[in-house]
Design a binder for this molecule. Structure first.
Ligand SMILES: [Fe+2]
Ligand SMILES: [Fe+2]
Length: 143
C-alpha cells in the first residue's frame, strides 16, 4: 500500500499545480518503496534527489505565480517551501553519511508536510490565480 495517495481533498483546483502535486506523491512513494525493499543507499539516495529536485521545480512554479505585492501569504508560502527543502537536504545528508540511519522519521515528516501544505496554504492559490486571470493554467473542475 502506498504511503501517500492523491485524493481530491488535496486539489487546489488549478491543473498545473495539481499535476505537479501528483508527481510529488509519486516521488515520495518511490522513496518509501525503495526503503521498504531495502534498496541500496545509492538507490534510495537517487530517489531522494529526484524528489528534492522536483520540489525545487514545483516551488519555483508556485513562487513565480505569486506576487509579494498582492498575495498576502507569499512569505509564508516561501518559508514553508524552504522548510521542506531544508529538511529533505538534511535527512538526505544523514542517510548518506550515517550508517543505519532510519528514514522513517523523514517519510513521516514529508507525508505530514505534503498533506498539511497542499490542503492548507496551497489552497489559497486557487482563488488568487483565478482572480488574477491565470486561466491558461486551466482549472481542473473544482468549484
Ligand atoms: Fe506551496
Ligand atoms: Fe504546492
Amino acid at each position: 500500500m502506498a504511503i501517500l495517495e492523491w485524493d481530491e481533498s488535496m486539489s487546489v483546483g488549478v491543473y498545473l499545480i495539481d499535476e505537479q502535486h501528483k508527481e510529488l506523491v509519486v516521488l515520495i512513494n518511490n522513496i518509501a518503496d525503495a526503503v521498504k525493499a531495502s534498496a541500496s543507499v545509492s538507490e534510495v539516495s537517487r530517489f531522494i534527489r529526484r524528489f528534492y529536485n522536483y520540489t525545487i521545480v514545483h516551488f519555483q512554479t508556485e513562487e513565480s505565480l505569486m506576487d509579494h505585492n498582492s498575495y498576502a501569504d507569499y512569505f509564508t508560502q516561501v518559508r514553508e517551501h524552504l522548510d521542506c527543502s531544508t529538511k529533505a537536504l538534511e535527512f538526505h545528508r544523514r542517510f548518506v553519511e550515517e550508517a543505519e540511519f532510519d528514514l522513517v522519521e523523514f517519510l513521516e515528516y514529508i507525508v505530514g508536510w505534503f498533506r498539511g501544505h497542499t490542503t492548507g496554504i496551497d489552497q489559497g492559490l486557487t482563488e488568487y490565480l483565478v482572480v488574477r486571470g491565470q486561466t491558461h493554467l486551466e482549472k481542473s473542475g473544482k468549484a
